[in-house]
Design a protein around this ligand. Structure first.
Ligand code: KDG
Length: 350
């Protein structure tokens, strides 16, 4: 009798452990290091902040993202948007995502090399000849590979958006040749590839967070800075700069980031809405960015800032001069990855 009772107790025990295990599996579907919860779509406030202004293509892209998410979730997922670095600059907002106090930010990849160093491959000057080449690499296996490095840093990468081709402005003189960089105090993003590249050209680079740039130019703490035309217009750098030289020396992507802590608390439906909206709004944002790049040039011409083209010949000389910097960082970021990227580009250019 005692034996039967013991056996029954053992079976009941076994069953409850089994049930417990099954319930755990049911609610936490694990996908590539990320989790989710099966509770459909819930009422949520999603704080999304960027460093650029609402009128910038990135700001307009974020508003498009909000519109898509709120529509697809029947108004349950509410996106609160914050522009002009009101929640802090790229790195501060990225840290807020990692600690789970903010849900979304869309920084440039350049300041994130302290988190995923391989993002630095996109900072190689004169890497992309066109925005479409950038799309192909970012939306292809290489871009995807780098997004997959984010979850171990408590971040989820959903898509790449466009910051764009960067040009130099300054208050001293037009830049036509490498010699014109000599001694120029230039603000750069917090990125070692950019710093070393400008040093190689003879400039005196000063890394600085984005929201400090206007004041640094106005107070002449630095002579110049470099950003895409849309940003030079949106942040009114033409009010404190005299020369704009169309160097198009590097293309900067944005990366759409979500807090992993927040992401793992979402259901597969909610994750799908955010994922699809980040890609759809990203396509819209890239198109807007390319239109604005042309429009901004025409509008900047009316502001009185003196604009000069930089010849392909001089850009080639700049690219040659910077090559040792690229070779140095190719070793640091991984030569296989860098070679894969250059061979991908060759294929695209055929
Ligand atoms: O949101 C703004 C930032 O992403 C910033 O990186 C823009 O290109 C930029 C810069 O120069 O800092």
């Amino acid at each position: 009798m005692k034996k039967i009772f013991k056996a029954r107790k053992f079976i009941v025990g076994l069953l409850s452990v089994g049930l417990l295990f099954l319930s755990a599996c049911g609610s936490n579907a694990t996908q590539g290091g990320t989790k989710s919860n099966n509770h459909g779509i819930q009422e949520r406030i999603i704080k999304a902040g960027i460093g650029l202004n609402e009128d910038h293509p990135e700001g307009q892209g974020l508003l498009k993202f909000k519109e898509i998410v709120e529509k697809k979730s029947g108004g349950k997922l509410k996106v609160q948007t914050y522009f002009s670095a009101t929640l802090g600059d790229d790195l501060k907002m990225t840290e807020a995502l990692q600690s789970g106090t903010q849900e979304i930010t869309i920084p440039s990849t350049s300041p994130l090399v302290g988190i995923v160093k391989e993002f630095g491959i996109f900072d190689f000057p004169f890497l992309f000849n066109t925005a479409e080449e950038a799309d192909a690499i970012l939306d292809g296996p290489i871009g995807k590979k780098l997004l997959e490095k984010l979850p171990e840093h408590r971040l989820i990468g959903l898509a790449y958006w466009e910051n764009g081709f960067r040009n130099v402005t300054n208050s001293k003189h037009p830049i036509n040749t490498i010699d014109d960089f000599k001694g120029l105090k230039l603000r750069t993003m917090q990125n070692q590839v950019h710093i070393d590249a400008f040093k190689k050209l003879g400039a005196n680079p000063t890394p600085m967070a984005f929201s400090e740039v206007f004041t640094a130019l106005e107070s002449k703490t630095v002579d110049g800075q470099e950003n895409p035309l849309a940003t030079i217009k949106s942040n009114k750098y033409y009010e404190v700069q005299d020369y704009l030289s169309l160097t198009k020396h590097v293309y900067t992507p944005f990366v759409f980031l979500v807090s992993k802590k927040f992401w793992d608390s979402l259901s597969p439906e909610e994750q799908k809405i955010l994922q699809d909206a980040a890609v759809e709004a990203g396509k819209y944002q890239r198109e807007l960015s390319r239109q604005e790049d042309k429009k901004a040039l025409e509008e900047l011409k009316k502001t009185g800032i003196k604009i000069n083209e930089v010849s392909d010949g001089e850009r080639k000389k700049m690219e040659e001069a910077i090559k040792p910097v690229i070779d140095k960082y190719a070793k640091e970021f991984g030569e296989d990855l860098v070679n894969e990227m250059y061979s991908e580009l060759e294929k695209i250019r055929k």
